[in-house]
Write a protein that binds this ligand. Structure first.
Ligand SMILES: C[S@@+](CC[C@H](N)C(=O)[O-])C[C@H]1O[C@@H](n2cnc3c(N)ncnc32)[C@H](O)[C@@H]1O
Length: 465
């Protein structure tokens, strides 16, 4: 989508001289990038070419998307990452001292690692466990056999989108989150915690941006300006934290769900759906309440010995393993449903988003279930042992960053198949147009439909021994 609040993308970038002038232009006085009482002047304001100081020599193709699924269409870096780095290089070329640098929501380190390579120390703040894992793994690709980074590289600290990363930051680079609520939370945190003279550069792909993002930033900053854009990407610049900006409080809403009763949902601003009850999860909740299934008793596992004999190994509970896992728990609705449907069960609400984990825990407490529901941050159930769980509930995610990508859901289905005990069940709800069924059959086992409405399908898959 074009960004109506920004000037037009300059299409003839290559007509610029290295100093940024157009051929045949009369020399113009150089205007330096500044933040002043009259507003912001960004490095691209005159149509000057941005310096490629940190992007030219960096080998972006070393970066990988793991642990997210590899995809031919998507790489671990994109044009927004490069524009963000070149824009900051423009500010620095114009004399700005970046000071302590924080990078937020960088999914694979495509902004963080070139800055480290340039010798800057970086504090990376991410909400998602997979982003922390991916960036750390990409950093490892640059280490030598002894585990050392090339000489001159800066130091990396990885944390949440919180005080540990933002306190005193003078430069904050943001890869724009998809949801406006999440951006509002991020912007308010930056305004509250970063240095008063912080420069915020927030980049995204035009197709994932809207003018509403400027308005959201303007709630936390006195100055906000959209750049010209390059390669279908754009940088929004913000400065001047508004005094006394408060972080938005998590929302609370009470829902009445047939067969389940009243459920209070607490949803943070970076949590999927906030405090709303997702309609797919409501169908799964009603279906579970209606069927009221017994907790499956895990079956023996078939094993072939070295001498070729087939033996049955009885299921041995893994100490501390939960009875039910709400995989990708968001605001924790399905964890509460599980605790109500299976009264003695110990339920684990697991999500890779720190904000979602806080929401799930708050929802458990709001429904008097804090004793039976534990919330943890984890990427794709990685901390659970293979074959250890009798039931998994799943409303699979479908976003990879700002893009819709069914492979993130497939990854969660595969994770459920791994952690389920033989004979265990995956109760899954999905948008009927998605092709999840073959993945459920392959990754878990025989799958049957138990409910369907105009939009969603609920299936139960039984883990094959
Ligand atoms: C469609 S939402 C469902 C949320 C909640 N269960 C509900 O029913 O409202 C999917 C959830 O999966 C989480 N998620 C996405 N990728 C994940 C991953 N790799 N590991 C764990 N959780 C993930 C998202 O943060 C999101 O909360």
């Amino acid at each position: 989508m074009p960004h109506p609040h920004g000037p037009h993308e300059h299409e003839h970038e290559h007509d610029h001289h290295p100093d940024g002038s157009h051929p045949g232009d009369a020399p113009r006085p150089l205007r330096r990038s500044t933040v002043g009482p009259e507003g912001i002047l960004t490095p691209d304001v005159d149509g000057r070419a941005l310096p490629g100081t940190w992007t030219r020599g960096f080998d972006f193709h070393v970066l990988d998307r793991a642990p997210l699924t590899a995809s031919r269409e998507r790489q671990a870096h994109d044009a927004a990452d490069l524009l963000l780095l070149d824009t900051l290089a423009g500010w620095v070329a114009d004399g700005r001292d970046p000071g302590p640098v924080a990078v937020l929501h960088d999914q694979h380190g495509a902004v963080t690692l070139p800055l480290l390579a340039a010798g800057l120390d970086v504090a990376l703040g991410v909400d998602e466990a997979s982003a922390a894992r991916s960036t750390a793994a990409n950093l490892d690709r640059f280490r030598d056999e002894a585990g050392a980074l090339p000489p001159g590289w800066g130091r990396l600290r990885i944390g949440g989108v919180d005080e540990t990363v933002l306190a005193g930051a003078r430069t904050v680079l943001i890869l724009l989150p998809r949801a406006l609520d999440a951006l509002h939370l991020t912007a308010a945190r930056v305004a509250r915690l970063a240095a008063p003279d912080v420069l915020v550069l927030a980049a995204g792909r035009d197709k994932h941006m809207s003018p509403a993002m400027n308005e959201v930033l303007a709630r936390s900053f006195t100055h906000v300006l959209a750049g010209r854009g390059r390669a279908k990407s754009r940088v929004l610049t913000a400065a001047g934290p508004r005094p006394g900006v408060a972080e938005p409080e998590p929302r609370r809403r009470v829902h009445r769900i047939t067969g389940v009763g009243e459920v209070t949902l607490v949803g943070g601003w970076a949590t999927f759906g906030g405090a709303a009850a997702d309609p797919g999860s409501v169908l799964l909740a009603r279906t579970l309440a209606e069927h009221s299934p017994a907790l499956p008793v895990p079956a023996a596992r078939r094993m072939r010995t070295d001498s070729g004999l087939e033996v049955q190994v009885p299921f041995r509970p893994v100490p501390g393993a939960p009875d039910v896992v709400d995989a990708g728990s968001g605001n924790g609705l399905l964890a509460v449903v599980a605790a109500r449907v299976w009264p003695p069960a110990r339920v684990l609400a697991s999500d890779q988003s720190a904000d979602a984990v806080a929401s799930s825990a708050a929802t458990a407490a709001a429904n008097g279930l804090a004793e039976r529901i534990t919330a943890v941050q984890d990427d794709a159930l990685s901390t659970l042992a293979d074959g250890s769980v009798p039931v998994v509930l799943l409303n699979p995610p479908f976003h990879d960053g700002a893009a819709v990508d069914p492979s993130v859901g497939h990854r969660m289905i595969e994770a459920a198949g791994r952690v389920l005990a033989p004979g265990g069940q995956l109760w899954c709800v999905w948008n009927s147009h998605l092709r999840h069924r073959p993945v459920l059959e392959a990754a878990v086992g025989p799958t049957r439909q138990v409910a369907r409405n105009r939009t969603f399908t609920v299936t139960v898959s039984t883990r094959r021994p």
